[in-house]
Ligand binder design. Structure first.
Ligand SMILES: NC(=O)c1ccc[n+]([C@@H]2O[C@H](COP(=O)([O-])OP(=O)(O)OC[C@H]3O[C@@H](n4cnc5c(N)ncnc54)[C@H](OP(=O)(O)O)[C@@H]3O)[C@@H](O)[C@H]2O)c1
Length: 304
């Protein structure tokens, strides 16, 4: 069973495994609302009580699909922690003024976008708002004032960031009134940079749980021509019998969960069967040498 823990000393309780919604409309741009509700109810049954979304997902359409589900099923929203992100503007019907993709984490834009997200999601507050990407053109003071205002107005309960390096995180964290509660970063067996670039160490130092996006490398772990993926899956095959014979995806997720910073894993699949099998990762305690065997398989070399 998936359990929940505080994201940070001042943060909300968030489940170890989070339902990611980036790909929610990939196979069907207009899914029946009862199908979305069914997926959300399955998540709750498994202990997955946190949803990760973003203004830009589905080119600004995913939040509305979730909002229809919350409207049609009263009480559903209150069973979840909802995390959304904003600050990426790409040319589209929604962002008519954008002539090229760019970032905008100015206070004005954060406030406008969050108010729109709340309307589309049919909710009155977000549990956490994340600044989606570092915006090199906006000062930390400007971004911080937008986050502070949103918290003051009760539109978001907490603020965090995504894809920030440790220096960018420290700078913004110095300027906000209420400490940032997470950094959502890419971390998986095919992208292990956070082990060494300071992101995970910084979270551990501050007792902040990071959130790991693309935990299966966006599905690349299963590509037949991905050599590291093939080595990892062979390694998983050799150790699977020790871990209740769970599937490749679940063991790869257990590898992330085992890091001492206790990352939250954000699932990418929207298939009920895979959500269920992936949730079994929460039951697995990876043995030290098996964790290193997977590191070694991913790198194609022994530890130095
Ligand atoms: N903050 C950021 O900048 C950022 C960036 C990217 C993503 N995210 C968040 O992270 C979430 C997860 O990212 P992701 O979608 O790239 O995650 P992922 O789990 O690494 O990749 C999911 C993809 O892998 C495929 N897949 C293939 N075999 C699978 C198997 N056996 N089990 C499970 N999946 C398998 C899935 O296909 P099926 O759908 O057919 O199962 C899906 O296309 C997103 O939904 C979003 O919430 C955040």
């Amino acid at each position: 069973m998936v359990t929940s823990q505080a994201l940070s000393p001042n943060g909300p309780k968030v489940s170890q495994i989070v339902f990611g919604t980036w790909r929610l409309l990939d196979n069907d741009e207009t899914p029946a609302t009862h199908d979305v509700i069914k997926l959300l109810e399955l998540c709750l049954e498994l202990g997955i009580t946190t949803i990760d979304t973003a203004e830009i997902y589905g080119l600004y359409t995913v939040e509305a699909a979730l909002g229809k589900a919350f409207k049609d099923q009263p009480g559903l929203r209150d069973q979840f922690q909802i995390i959304s992100k904003c600050g990426i503007d790409v040319p589209s019907q929604v962002k008519k003024s954008a002539v090229l993709p760019h970032y905008n984490s100015s206070a004005d834009n954060l406030i406008t976008c969050t108010e729109k997200s709340l309307r589309l999601l049919n909710i009155d507050h977000l549990d956490v708002l994340l600044v989606h990407r570092p915006d090199w053109f906006t000062s930390a003071d400007d971004t911080a004032s937008g986050l502070d205002q949103l918290i003051k107005d009760g539109k978001i309960l907490h603020a965090g960031v995504s894809n920030y390096n440790p220096h960018q995180f420290d700078l913004l964290n110095d300027r906000v009134a209420q400490k940032l509660v997470t950094n959502q970063i890419e971390f998986n067996l095919l992208h292990m940079d956070p082990l060494e670039d300071g992101s995970l160490s910084q979270c551990e130092r501050q007792h902040i749980r990071p959130m790991a996006w693309s935990p299966l490398g966006g599905g690349r772990l299963f590509d037949q021509d991905n050599e590291a993926g093939l080595r990892i899956r062979k390694c998983i095959d050799d150790m699977r019998h020790k871990y209740d014979d769970i599937d490749d995806a679940a063991l790869a997720l257990a590898w992330i969960l085992a890091h001492p910073s206790q990352p939250r894993v954000i699932l990418g699949t929207t298939q009920g069967k895979r959500i269920h099998s992936s949730s079994l990762a929460a039951n697995i305690q990876l043995d030290r040498q098996d964790w290193y065997a997977l590191w070694q398989a991913a790198k194609g070399q022994s530890v130095p």
